[in-house]
Design a binder for this molecule. Structure first.
Ligand code: MG
Length: 269
């Protein structure tokens, strides 16, 4: 059953989702050569605790990290640890938090320095696929419209869609109905209604679509060990159009800092 959220519940989700987004962007800014995924996870834990929130991943079915950090051929669910980030890596960071009774779920793939041109194109296409999916998250549309839009963008770019892992409804729990596959038929599936909240999250592989789970029981790897990218937003379907809930205040703060800097410079000269 797809749970429809009231306007009050959407307002509460804006907060949990902004918080998740803020953690995402702050941790993402620390993804650099030499950092270990364990250090990034510890920083995420610090930020989540400081916000009075809880990781939605830590302890979920026994998951040992606060966030998921998946490098290169790791698709999703990478466990933070001793792995050191290198120049040319792509790192997917997935953040889920509980706050005020609601979950916010979001992911981004970061390119560390200059990476292979084809890999850059993969990351770009995955982000565009997410954007296309969100654009189709409109009242009176169908769930399949979202799935299809994602699939078309990834496939036209020549990449493969992961089929075993999909997006999902999100709200008081991290995983609610419906499942949101990144492939499908436009015009099919449940009708989209005002108040639905979905985590839309394309996982796109450079090579084959097939994936496998590592012996750790979590880390999902591409079948051919070629890179994979992942982007995710929590989105509210509203009468006025889709609203990305996982937007953060970090960029706003940074642009404020830049304009402060400009003012200071003028003062100096
Ligand atoms: Mg998710």
């Amino acid at each position: 059953m797809i749970i429809i959220k009231s306007d009050e519940e959407i307002a509460a989700m804006r907060i949990s989702c902004q918080l998740a987004a803020s953690v995402r962007d702050r941790v993402a800014s620390q993804i650099r050569p030499g950092a270990t995924t364990g250090e990034l996870d510890a920083y995420a834990a610090e930020l989540i605790a400081a916000a009075g929130a809880k990781s939605a991943f830590l302890g979920y079915k026994g998951f040992p990290g606060n966030v998921c950090l998946s490098v290169n051929d790791e698709v999703v669910h990478g466990i933070p640890g001793n792995r050191r980030i290198e120049i040319g890596d792509i790192v997917s960071l997935d953040v889920g938090v509980h706050h005020g009774g609601f979950v916010g779920d979001t992911a981004v793939t970061i390119m560390v320095g200059v990476t292979d041109a084809e890999v850059m194109r993969l990351v770009d296409a995955t982000q565009s696929a997410l954007r296309a999916g969100i654009d189709n998250a409109v009242v009176n549309g169908r769930l399949g419209d979202i799935s299809h839009a994602i699939e078309v963008v990834a496939q036209r770019a020549g990449f493969s869609i992961v089929r075993e892992f999909v997006g999902h409804g999100v709200g008081r729990s991290m995983h609610e109905d419906p499942q949101v596959p990144n492939f499908g038929t436009a015009g099919k599936g449940p009708r989209l209604r005002h108040g639905m909240t979905l985590a839309i999250e394309p996982m796109v592989n450079l090579g084959v679509a097939e994936v496998q789970v590592m012996d750790d029981g979590w880390t999902v790897l591409t079948g051919d060990r070629k890179p994979s990218a992942h982007f995710e937003h929590t989105v509210a379907i509203l009468d006025g159009g889709p609203e990305i809930l996982t937007v953060s205040d970090v960029l706003a703060e940074e642009s404020a800092a830049v304009s402060n800097f400009v003012v200071d410079e003028r003062r100096d000269s």
